[in-house]
Design a protein around this ligand. Structure first.
Ligand code: C2E
Ligand code: CA
Ligand code: CA
Length: 732
């Protein structure tokens, strides 16, 4: 529409421009054509005049024209030669000789003779040829004999001689000329005019510009050229007034402006066609470009939003359409992350080709299991994300179970069915939170689901998130905590059952966290074991213990060995023993004052390595204890191969011990067996006098537990050391 309007306006403006140019052009043309016609007319008349005069010489020679037949014959021949209509001689006494017999009215004869004799030559328009009534131009010259006029020679012009000159053929026959007298009376070509005077005909005309009829009259009266445009009843016309060299005659050339309009219209049409063609070409071009754009957009969409392997939506597409889809489900939705267990194994065992087939089939099954308002995508390798409608957990679980059944057997390749084990992490969408957070939550649930034995599906719950957040918090602050000395050593005494005297202590880490106060190791050690930070923390505790030993020596306090717990991660770390030596030797503390506690599970899981480390520790003079004996699946057989200095019976041995006669037997057996190997036995978690009495009775060497003392800060522990000398009773 806009383009059409622009084109229309363009055409109109263009038309006006062309018209203006053509108008100017036509004016010059009319002027030029008029001048030319006038010159031709002058030339014709003057030539004829000369011809007439040369004929006159011969005619004069035959005077006194006694042989009228001879004269008539001469005139007839000259008429033919010179294309006159007829020639005639009028004697001064009124006798007429003619080239061809025709009637002349006496007035005409008298008129021609009189005027010729008066003026020497004469030119006029005879209104009508007396013979045939046709308009005719009369031209004459005087005949003399010895300086005396003897008559007049006259010629009637053939009308076709001058008629073409009045037709302005150059203007496509649209224009014409007429001959008028200076006073405006028409002479020739006047039939086209409907008035007896050109100025009368122009009386009501409105001239272009400031020209008036009076101006025109004055210009013509003064014999000047004049070119005017005017609007009359016949439309707009141009008139060119050109003075002729004959009498006081003027030639007027006219051309209607419609000729210009016609030309302009023609040109405008041509231009319009050009415009339209250009428009069509441009439109086609634009259409083509848009089409190509749409095509490449589709291509782009395919690469940007479609998973090339399965043809399913990709992650980008999921992100893009998620808000809309969620709105469509009216908030009753769950986000599911779905993962194929051990997909890597399928690739490794059966090849990528087969792995791809599995993924393609999974995508197919998922597609068959969603409704149009739901969505799914393949996000990464074997990870799919689904947005499902969610009403209640029971029906949702049933739907997932059904999906699992469909997915379980993959028989896309004949005779090579694979069992597909899948896990789902589900986040029930209850809050308006960003998509990536929802994904995080579903991921969290997926991690839990993967740990399950069967029906691997877990729903995200807030406690999980809090735990993760707390873990993150711990990880974020552990480095600075170590630098700032927020980790502290607490010491728990190991006492002799027989005497109640303190024989050693275990170093137990505590974290002094501003907001939460003193935090127990169970809350952070597992995290540090996951991220490796435990390696540094253990060395820090060792250093704290060694420093204390050195300080006690300086202070002259009783020296008891300190047991330090070392994580299983040290067993795989070649820097472990050198680091340990460096720390201990820095304070010049005897190696036998340090005991290394390794938990039972660590030892049994890495027997060879444990054996190697233990023997190296022994060589360095450190003693080694097996911690938490009896908490796992200990093999008693192992004990004979590993050289432990002491074994710490796990707290669990004592739980429920009071009412359980079997527990007594088990403890007695374990203690006597360990002692028979020559290994010291330490009982952990001794909380009551009964437990202490019973353990003493079994022959257990040392006791550690709240009954004797809780783990205490170093300063408090030093107080206990000071009391040691005077008081040997069990501490409480
Ligand atoms: P663990 O090595 O078995 O340490 C003994 C745990 O039993 C200590 O818990 C101690 O406070 C607690 N305990 C002592 N007497 C009694 C009692 O009569 N009744 C009960 N119910 N418990 C008693 P804590 O200090 O919370 O330490 C927990 C665990 O954290 C330790 O178990 C040890 O495995 C680990 N741990 C502590 N400090 C370190 C450390 O510096 N490095 C490493 N790698 N692990 C450490
Ligand atoms: Ca321990
Ligand atoms: Ca223990």
């Amino acid at each position: 529409m806009v383009a059409a309007a622009v084109i229309a306006t363009g055409v109109v403006l263009y038309w006006q421009q062309v018209r203006g140019i053509l108008e100017r052009d036509v004016k010059t043309h009319v002027a030029a054509a008029g001048e030319e016609a006038a010159a031709d007319f002058n030339r014709l008349i003057l030539t004829d005049q000369q011809v007439l005069e040369s004929i006159a010489i011969t005619v004069e020679d035959t005077y006194p024209w006694t042989d009228s037949a001879q004269l008539t014959e001469f005139l007839r021949r000259q008429t033919q030669h010179n294309y006159f209509k007829s020639l005639g001689v009028i004697t001064t006494d009124g006798t007429v000789f003619l080239s061809s017999p025709r009637d002349f009215n006496p007035i005409f004869v008298t008129d021609v003779l009189t005027r010729t004799l008066e003026e020497g030559r004469y030119l006029s328009v005879r209104q009508a040829d007396p013979a045939d009534g046709e308009d005719v131009l009369v031209q004459s010259t005087v005949l003399t004999r010895r300086g005396r006029p003897i008559g007049a020679l006259f010629a009637l012009q053939q009308p076709q001689r001058y008629r073409p000159l009045l037709a302005l053929s150059a203007m496509g026959n649209k224009g014409y000329s007429l001959i008028v007298r200076r006073d405006g009376v028409p002479m020739l070509g006047y039939r086209s005019m409907r008035a007896d005077n050109i100025f009368d005909a122009l009386a009501n005309a409105s001239f272009d510009g400031s020209m008036t009829l009076a101006d025109l009259r004055a210009a013509v009266a003064a014999g000047k050229h004049a070119l005017v445009g005017y609007r009359g009843p016949a439309g707009h016309l141009f008139l060119h007034f050109i003075p002729l060299q004959i009498n006081d005659w003027y030639m007027i050339s006219t051309l209607p402006t419609s000729y210009v309009a016609h030309q302009a219209q023609h040109l405008t049409w041509l231009s319009f066609l050009l415009f339209v063609s250009v428009f069509i070409i441009f439109s086609a071009l634009i259409f083509y470009i848009l089409h190509m754009r749409a095509y490449s957009n589709r291509q782009l969409f395919a690469t940007a939003f479609v998973d090339q392997l399965t043809g399913a939506d990709n992650f980008n597409r999921m992100c893009e359409q998620f808000p809309e889809k969620l709105a469509g489900l009216h908030g009753q939705a769950a986000l599911i992350i779905f993962d194929i267990n051990k997909f890597k194994v399928i690739n490794d065992l059966h090849g990528y080709e087969r792995g791809n087939q599995v993924l393609q089939r999974v995508a197919r099954v998922l597609r068959e299991n969603i409704s149009p308002e739901e969505a799914f995508c393949r996000s990464t390798a074997d990870n799919f994300i689904m947005l499902w409608k969610y009403t209640d957990r029971k029906s949702f679980r049933a739907r997932l179970k059904n999906l699992t059944t469909q997915l379980r057997r993959d028989c896309t390749v004949e005779d090579s069915c694979l069992m597909i084990d899948v896990a789902f992490g589900v986040y029930e969408i209850k809050e308006d939170i960003p998509f990536y957070i929802m994904l995080d939550r579903a991921h969290l649930a997926l991690e839990n689901a993967k740990k399950m034995a069967f029906d691997k599906c877990d729903f995200y719950d807030e406690a999980d998130r809090k735990r993760i957040v707390a873990e993150k918090q711990i990880e974020n602050t552990m480095e600075t905590a170590l630098e700032h000395g927020d980790f502290a050593v607490f010491l728990q005494p190991k006492c002799d059952f027989a005497t109640g005297q303190m024989r050693g202590a275990e170093a137990l880490v505590r974290w002094n966290r501003l907001e939460e106060g003193i935090v127990k190791p169970d809350d952070f050690i597992p995290i540090f074991e996951k991220n490796g930070f435990i390696l540094r923390l253990d060395m820090f505790i060792l250093e704290e213990a060694v420093r204390l030993l050195a300080a006690w020596k300086v202070k002259g306090l009783k020296q008891v060995p300190i047991a330090v717990n070392f994580s299983r991660l040290h067993l795989n770390d070649t820097r472990y023993i050198p680091q340990m030596l460096r720390v201990v030797d820095k304070y010049d503390v005897p190696h036998n004052m340090i005991e290394v506690e390794l938990t039972e599970s660590v030892i049994f899981n890495n027997l060879d390595r444990a054996q190697n480390v233990i023997s190296r520790l022994h060589k360095m003079g450190f003693s080694v204890a097996m911690d938490d004996f009896g908490s796992g699946y200990s093999s008693l057989n192992v004990l004979k191969n590993l050289q432990f200095d002491s074994i710490k019976l796990d707290k669990e041995f004592l739980s429920g011990f009071e009412n359980n006669p079997h527990a007594h037997k088990v403890i007695e057996g374990a203690v006597s067996m360990i002692k028979s190997l020559g290994i010291q036995v330490v009982a952990e978690g001794v909380e009551t006098r009964e437990q202490a009495d019973f353990l003493r009775h079994t022959g257990c060497d040392l006791a550690q537990g709240y009954f004797f003392s809780r783990p205490v800060p170093a300063a408090q522990f030093e107080e206990l050391l000071k009391e040691e000398g005077s008081d040997s009773k069990p501490l409480s």
